[in-house]
Design a binder for this molecule. Structure first.
Ligand SMILES: *Cc1c(COP(=O)(O)O)cnc(C)c1O
Length: 375
């Protein structure tokens, strides 16, 4: 008799957090017993530890990744570096949050096409998109792989632009000892539970070397106030809770180990999947990829996804519709981004995570190899 195999989950958050359950519970108990739940010692400690991990001077914990991105732009507006109506160059193929942060600040997103191999921002395309109102480049380290930061930094210097990183998918990706978050003027991280460093709820952080920007964002996230009931700016309420900061302090200790395991999984896929119709992800340099997602490309993506599902393997699409084709951005529908649009029809994310077993990876590989691509 055949033994029914368990499905291979795309990512089991339960398994991810079960590894540290005792430490997480102890940290939660510490916060519960402290009687202090917002803007306290856990957050201050996490901010120090995360800034140190990224190799920058400041980390400011906020409510989520979108707010982190948005607060960077808001901070620059308040400091006079950007004005309403200015343009920010952004990858056409990114999560909608990158666009929302721009438009929320009444700035104009200028989407550009990706490099066809890495799916990350193509510096030549960025340069061609620079105009008189361009003030910033928002680089996204898509799927966990660093964008070409040396080339983008050179462009930003030459044209006097701000370079901002959307590092929501790239905690721990590194190049020549520099980590994601340390390349631009400022970077945004998300600690959404599925990210490489995930809280047990929402969370985010801005990291920056810029003292003035860090101070402004720290005030903006807390009603525009540095001293209670004295409001210097029209801020908002977007803080990283003590409980989440305590969870993240536990998980940050294991982030590098988790990324090492993600790399092993990715390597196993890259060695094992040899299929004429499944294109493996291109890797610029190994250490530059934190493998948040393992994304293959297939002209019959939907058929491949159904085939994997029939073999009990979950997969996801990041993302099915690009921001400029979303109803929310009706004004951008005319943008001409053929490669971006094609990628959204062809990309498929295979299961990856720090708790995925070698057996599960082998089952995914075998199922991919057995895919009979329809004409
Ligand atoms: C997850 C993500 C965000 C937003 O983070 P949230 O914490 O969910 O608000 C922004 N940009 C990218 C590229 C992301 O993947």
């Amino acid at each position: 008799m055949e033994i029914a195999l368990m499905d291979v989950p795309f990512l089991s958050l339960k398994d991810v957090n079960a590894r540290y359950a005792e430490e997480l519970k102890a940290a939660a108990a510490r916060v519960i017993d402290s009687g202090w739940y917002v803007l306290g010692e856990e957050l201050a400690a996490f901010e120090r530890e995360f800034a140190n991990y990224c190799g920058v001077r400041h980390a400011v914990g906020v409510g989520n990744g979108l707010d982190a991105l948005s607060l960077i732009l808001r901070g620059y507006k308040e400091l006079g570096a950007i004005e309403e109506g200015d343009e920010v160059i952004v990858p056409g193929n990114t999560f909608i949050a990158s666009f929302l942060a721009i438009t929320e600040n009444r700035l104009v997103p200028v989407p550009v096409e990706p490099d066809p191999a890495t799916f990350n921002m193509d510096p030549a395309g960025v340069e061609a998109a620079i105009g008189p109102r361009t003030r910033a480049i928002m680089a996204v380290h898509l799927y966990g792989q660093l964008a070409d930061m040396p080339a983008l930094a050179a462009l930003a210097r030459r044209h006097n632009l701000l370079l901002i990183e959307d590092a929501a998918q790239a905690h721990g990706a590194a190049s020549a000892g520099n980590k994601a978050g340390a390349f631009g003027e400022a970077a945004a991280f998300s600690f959404f539970p599925t990210k490489n460093l995930g809280a047990l709820g929402d969370g985010g952080a801005v990291v920056t070397r810029n003292d003035v920007l860090a101070e402004r964002i720290a005030a903006l996230r807390n009603y525009g106030s540095a001293v209670k009931y004295h409001h210097l700016f029209q801020g908002l309420n977007s803080r990283l809770d003590e409980i989440q900061a305590a969870m993240l302090r536990v998980k940050l200790k294991y982030l590098d180990e988790d990324i090492a395991r993600r790399r092993q999984v990715a390597q196993r896929y890259r060695d094992g999947i040899r299929h004429p119709h499944i294109q493996l992800p291109a890797v610029a340099r190994e250490e530059q990829h934190a493998w948040h997602l393992f994304v293959v490309r297939c002209s019959r993506r939907d058929a491949l996804q159904q085939h994997l599902q029939a073999h009990g393997i979950q997969s996801q699409v990041h993302y099915p519709v690009p921001p400029h084709k979303q109803p929310a951005y009706a004004g951008l529908q005319d943008a001409h981004l053929p490669l971006t649009e094609r990628l959204h029809d062809e990309v498929l994310s295979l299961p990856i995570g720090p708790t995925l077993s070698d057996d599960a990876v082998d089952r995914v590989i075998a199922a991919c190899q057995a895919f009979e691509c329809p004409p």
